[in-house]
Design a protein around this ligand. Structure first.
Ligand code: SAH
Length: 370
């Protein structure tokens, strides 16, 4: 305990137990328990309350003595993400907006489908990439999320809806996960490990515009994590106009990376009416998909993203899918979910900003957006 002459800033900072791997927390907490006259297994008990059977706070770890809970409180934190908004769609999709400590907002979407419950999580606050149709890109990039903020979205779901276990996780919320590999790498361990959230690696998908060093790093992980690549256009000219990161990572290099990735990749292809949904594009896309044995997911455009695009009609999407199948490519047409709650990438946060009282420019002429 600090004596009364110790200034607050001299105190060692509390350690965030959710921002380290479960194995690191275990080692730390077993040692901590022993130093405070407890059996080492008391430390392991705390670890189970981090992810497997999450506790809201140290106080609610009622299998530990009050004295030990108080000690934990003095030395460690297990921060919650503050729930700002929760919306439920008529199709059962739920959308969550979380407010982070620095006032940033991030989104998480829970999508039920039969026996599965897929959680779509964010890896960055905002996004630097500016894909023409994406609401997150339009808001710009603020910062990378830390591990506890990414894995914490799944933890929050266990706390908020314990009756609906998460079976699948996709990094398809806000941000580009492979531009935040430093945090996404250990997050994958927390999501997958038995001492963490215990979600099978094949049920965890990282989605990227094609950040090459990240694809290599993901491929080097021994677990069977899945890779999805947002292709959206089958030639450089069109892709360039829709996705600025194509300058740094042109299609040919992305396809090359997909080829050497040991496991099967999925191409994501958002259907933009009159832009990328024609016959020639189907043929070009089929060639690319065959080249690296990719599975193609056709995604109906969620209206309310960014830009002035028209969704391809359902008939056009089915026609495009048939063209791909005729060229020996496996295709699925993704169902659009959560239409009534604006569940596409970045939309809830944007909607919240629109709902606010109109904000005038400040003295520098900038309009505050978050
Ligand atoms: N940055 C990563 C992951 C986040 S976006 C990536 O680009 O893959 C997840 C997916 O949603 C991407 O395929 C993205 O292009 C797509 N997306 C963005 N806005 C959309 C919209 N309005 N309608 C449909 N899909 C959208």
């Amino acid at each position: 305990m600090a004596d009364k002459n110790t200034r607050r800033e001299d105190l060692p900072a509390k350690q965030n137990l959710l921002n380290m791997l479960p194995s690191e927390a275990e080692e730390l907490l077993r040692g901590f328990a022993v130093r405070h006259g407890e059996k080492p297994f008391r430390g392991s008990q705390v670890v189970r309350h981090l992810w497997q059977n999450p506790a809201e706070s140290f106080a609610s770890m009622t299998d530990l003595s009050v004295a030990f809970r108080n000690l934990l409180e003095e030395h460690f934190t297990i921060p919650r993400l503050a729930l700002a908004t929760r919306q439920t769609s008529s199709d059962g999709t739920e959308k969550f907006l979380f407010r982070l400590d620095d006032g940033e907002f991030i989104e998480t979407v829970a999508i039920p489908e039969g026996t599965r419950m897929t959680l779509c999580i964010s890896s960055q606050a905002g996004c630097a990439l500016q894909c023409a149709f994406c609401a997150t890109g339009a808001m710009g990039f603020t910062r990378n999320l830390q591990m506890f903020e990414i894995a914490g979205q799944v933890r929050e779901m266990k706390l908020l809806s314990p009756e609906k276990p998460i079976t699948n996780v996709v990094f398809m919320g806000m941000g580009e996960p492979l531009m935040n590999w430093r945090a996404v790498d250990p997050t994958l361990t927390v999501l997958n490990s038995a001492a963490g959230l215990g979600i099978g690696a094949r049920h965890i998908t990282v989605s990227t515009v094609g950040v090459l060093p990240g694809i290599v790093a993901l491929g080097e992980r021994p677990e069977q994590f899945r890779l999805a690549i947002s292709i959206h256009a089958p030639n450089d000219e069109l892709r360039q106009s829709l996705m600025p990161p194509n300058t740094k990572y042109p299609l040919a290099s992305v396809i090359e990376a997909a080829k050497v990735f040991e496991r099967r990749v999925t191409f994501e292809y958002v259907m933009l009416g009159g832009i990328n949904d024609g016959g020639e594009q189907a043929t070009q896309l089929a060639e690319l998909a065959r080249e690296c044995g990719a599975f193609v997911n056709l995604i109906p455009l969620h209206p309310g993203g960014a830009g002035d695009f028209t969704p391809s009609s359902p008939q056009q999407i089915q026609w495009f899918a048939r063209r791909l199948r005729a060229q020996r490519v496996e295709v699925a047409v993704r169902k659009s979910r959560g239409m009534d709650i604006a569940a596409a990438c970045g939309q809830l946060r944007v909607e919240r900003q629109r709902r606010r009282a109109p904000v005038g420019p400040d003295e520098d002429g900038n309009v505050q957006v978050a």
